[in-house]
Design a protein. Structure first.
Length: 309
């Protein structure tokens, strides 16, 4: 019931936004950034070059507060100008943001998109949480994106990452004036960026083999939330640091990598970014700062080339 109500409200709100009189409104192209920890971002703000160390011109971001499964629905966040600090450790109470000393792909993604569309304002909605899987059986203590997750007790019974996603989307899309300039804005869905899959590769072969179907279902649901069946999607291919005595951190990583490629090949409106294979790591799980700088650009460039109807 909660999921259906949230989705209905989200779609209704989005329809209202799309019906705003464009004569006085600014039109933002909206990109959703989602996934697990390598979408959260573990780059260090102190490592950023000068051109990325300040606010990104004409880019707004709604970064929803990360929340675990089996707790009351969260989704808190505010629209704010994009700047460093939207990496791991970021928090929001729905009134103000608490920025971290980390960053993810959002900075260079927005910068590159602006270069490709210089006359079009850009808006980002970021909803991610480290360690999360799509498969219920791979959720562990971090959470999962499967709408059918039903664990927990009390007010948190059955609440999962998909519920938090819907709540965050509703909050983001019900804001009529995202840049606070006194004029209602129009939000036009432009793409989905997804960096996730490591957790689904960490458990059993059976779970990993389910990844293609699970990914397709979730991307279809996210597209539906944004009211665009063939909304372009770019997937970041998971990689492995090899920092493990057994040789691989993600035991079934190759299966998930193949599943990501299969999804993209069959979808027709998706692209796969593979530059992750060449990145350095800051620990056994996360890319280093240079990796996130490059990955944001690669996501933007790949998304731009995805066929559109």
């Amino acid at each position: 019931m909660l999921r259906s109500v949230c989705l209905t409200l989200t779609l209704f709100t989005f329809q209202l936004l799309l019906n705003v009189d464009c004569a006085t409104a600014k039109t933002f192209r909206v990109y959703f950034l989602g996934g697990q920890s390598n979408m959260d971002g573990y780059g260090y703000v102190k490592d950023l070059p000068e051109d990325l160390s300040a606010k990104v011109s004409d880019v707004m971001i709604f970064h929803a507060n990360p929340a675990p499964d089996a707790v009351p629905v969260d989704g808190r966040g505010i629209w704010a100008p994009l700047k460093p600090g939207h990496g791991a450790g970021f928090k929001s109470d729905g009134k103000a943001n608490s920025y971290s000393d980390r960053f993810g792909v959002e900075l260079t993604f927005a910068q590159a998109i602006k270069e490709l569309t210089p006359d079009q304002p850009v808006a980002l909605i970021k909803i991610s949480r480290g360690g999360t899987s799509i498969a219920i059986d791979a959720a562990g203590k971090f959470g999962c994106w499967d709408p059918d997750f039903e664990k927990g007790t009390g007010a948190g019974q059955g609440i999962n990452q998909y519920d938090h996603f819907l709540a965050g989307m509703k909050r983001a899309l019900q804001t009529r004036d995202i840049d606070q300039d006194g004029e209602a804005d129009t939000l036009v869905p432009a793409g989905i960026v997804w960096m996730q899959g490591e957790s689904d590769a960490a458990y059993t072969e059976e779970i990993a083999l389910q990844y293609e179907a699970n990914l397709k279902r979730l991307m279809d649901l996210i597209r539906a939330t944004l009211l665009t069946d063939d909304l372009p999607v770019v997937i970041g291919r998971i990689s492995d640091s090899g920092d493990n005595p057994e040789g691989k951190v993600w035991k079934h990583g190759e299966i998930v990598r193949d599943a990501q490629a299969a999804f993209v090949e069959k979808d027709g409106h998706a692209a796969l970014v593979t530059s992750t294979d060449g990145y350095g790591y800051s620990d056994r799980w996360h890319y280093n700062s240079a990796g996130y700088v490059d990955l944001g650009r690669k996501f933007a460039q790949a998304l731009w080339k995805v066929p559109r109807d």
